[in-house]
Design a protein around this ligand. Structure first.
Ligand code: ZN
Ligand code: ZN
Length: 132
């Protein structure tokens, strides 16, 4: 029995992409901003927090207080989208394709290297035969 038609139902192009987009853009990007306390960049969103009121970014480790010392508003932390179906939607399709295409790409690279080795081998043989 052939079940090749099953995968066709899984691929759903033209789905509602913008269904909950403003939920993701609502959160300010913490990563890449400078910490007000140590003046170093915050690499990961999870290791920092920010004040939405005055735009102050700090490391969690640098600022132990829950409130911004500039304007007194509570800091907001990056919320990890754990166990959220949206997490999979954020993943670019190219990344998923590369995951499954990895072994095929490696095999292609091996073939290319073997081909190059063959060319080099024939080049050497050619040079030797004309070496007299
Ligand atoms: Zn810091
Ligand atoms: Zn503030």
């Amino acid at each position: 029995m052939k079940t090749s038609g099953v995968s066709r139902t899984a691929i759903n192009n033209g789905g509602p992409i913008s269904r909950s987009q403003n939920q993701a853009t609502h959160l300010m990007q913490i990563a890449g901003n400078k910490c007000k306390v140590c003046e170093r960049n915050i690499v990961l969103s999870t290791e920092g927090k920010f004040c939405a009121h005055c735009g102050t970014f700090v490391h969690l480790a640098c600022e132990a207080q829950g409130n911004c010392d500039v304007c007194g508003q509570p800091f907001q932390q990056y919320v990890t989208p754990d166990a959220d179906p949206m997490g999979e939607a954020i993943l670019p399709p190219g990344l998923r394709a590369a995951k499954s295409g990895g072994p095929i790409f490696a095999a292609g690279l091996m073939l290319l290297l073997a081909f190059l080795a063959l060319i080099v081998y024939y080049a050497i043989m050619e040079a030797l035969s004309h070496g007299h």
